[in-house]
Design a protein around this ligand. Structure first.
Ligand SMILES: Cc1cc2nc3c(=O)[nH]c(=O)nc-3n(C[C@H](O)[C@H](O)[C@H](O)COP(=O)(O)OP(=O)(O)OC[C@H]3O[C@@H](n4cnc5c(N)ncnc54)[C@H](O)[C@@H]3O)c2cc1C
Length: 292
């Protein structure tokens, strides 16, 4: 199908893009990679009077590092994230997750920024963003602000950004200690959205005590969620197989999957959360040098 008609704007600067959004009074939408928005327009799930294509704004296409943090510009594609040595060295979890997004065609255009703003309950980036406690860097008519990952998603396909704001980048702060990571995704077929996805980031000290635990789940609630209760089960003490199994059980109890005809029952997904969390924790703890 063809989309309905819309005005098309291609600003050269962030300021211009914000002004366009503000003056449209809620009638314009940002176009990033278009991998979610264009199919929705073509199938007429949405009809939008104006698109603001931010593909010409170079400042949004950078990967920047500071002493203890990484910022991925909102227009950096999944492919460029996958290929970035800087990203891989600082946050290998991000690199691992990037390889699970759709297929090479999707990754060539799709962006982490677009995926987070789209807030699909099954998006892979959401789980990673939550596990690493990322921050969304947002600019609007009133200036800039940072939104913690814990308060970013506000429901299915919605975020706490307002309609005149643009996500400019995603910030990740370095995690001290010996680190390990893993992303476990179950999908029906290669390139599919997750039936269940579990992102884990762990840090342990020299004595084997867990000093950081991040567990993000996708496809098991109305938006990607952090398994905070499961994190508490392993944090602040040496990680053992018993605490891993207990943490995995808590993650499966605290999520809220729904039955769906394509990917299975809620009960099945809960079971998978337990399996994937256990696998991801074991892999992450071993990588961090922990003995379990
Ligand atoms: C065949 C196929 C397979 C896929 N498989 C997967 C998968 O396995 N896992 C997965 O997680 N995703 C998957 N996706 C989705 C893909 O990751 C999309 O790229 C992503 O959801 C949207 O990113 P985008 O850059 O294309 O954003 P767009 O489609 O351009 O935008 C999406 C939404 O976000 C808004 N937006 C975008 N950028 C900004 C910004 N900077 N500031 C404010 N608002 C913004 C737009 O207005 C729009 O509402 C798949 C998509 C396709 C077509």
């Amino acid at each position: 199908m063809y989309p309905g008609t819309f005005d098309y704007h291609r600003p050269q600067t962030l300021k211009e893009a914000v002004e366009l959004l503000e003056s449209s009074r809620g009638n314009a939408r940002i176009l990033a990679g278009g991998m979610s928005l264009i199919p929705m327009l073509k199938s007429r799930i949405v009809s939008i009077p104006a698109l603001v294509d931010i593909g010409k704004i170079d400042e949004l296409k950078k990967v920047e590092t500071g002493k203890d943090h990484l910022i991925i510009g909102s227009m950096v594609t999944d492919h460029d994230i996958e290929e970035s040595r800087t990203v891989g060295e600082m946050f290998p979890l991000i690199t691992e997750v990037s390889r699970w997004i759709g297929d090479p065609q999707v990754r060539n255009r799709g962006t982490m920024g677009g995926s987070l703003c789209h807030a699909d309950p099954s998006g892979d980036w959401g789980a990673c963003f939550l596990a690493l406690r990322g921050k969304a860097l947002v600019t609007g008519p009133k200036g800039t602000r940072k939104i913690d990952s814990d308060s970013f998603f506000s429901g299915p396909f919605s975020t706490s950004m307002n309609e005149s704001e643009i996500l400019t980048g995603i910030e990740f702060n370095q995690i001290d200690g010996m680190n390990g990571h893993a992303y476990e995704k179950i999908e029906r077929k290669a390139g599919d959205f997750a039936t269940v996805g579990v992102a884990v980031q762990i840090s342990i000290d020299e004595k084997g005590k867990c000093t950081y635990a991040g567990i993000g789940l996708t496809s098991v609630s109305s938006s990607p969620i952090r398994a905070a209760e499961a994190e508490k089960e392993i944090l602040g003490k040496p990680v053992t197989m018993k605490s891993i199994e207990s943490s995995a059980r808590i993650a499966s109890e605290h999520c809220d999957p729904s039955d769906d005809p394509l990917r299975g029952s809620a009960e099945f997904k809960r079971y998978l959360v337990g399996i994937c969390t256990k696998r991801a924790l074991i892999r992450a703890v071993k990588e961090a040098g922990g003995v379990i």
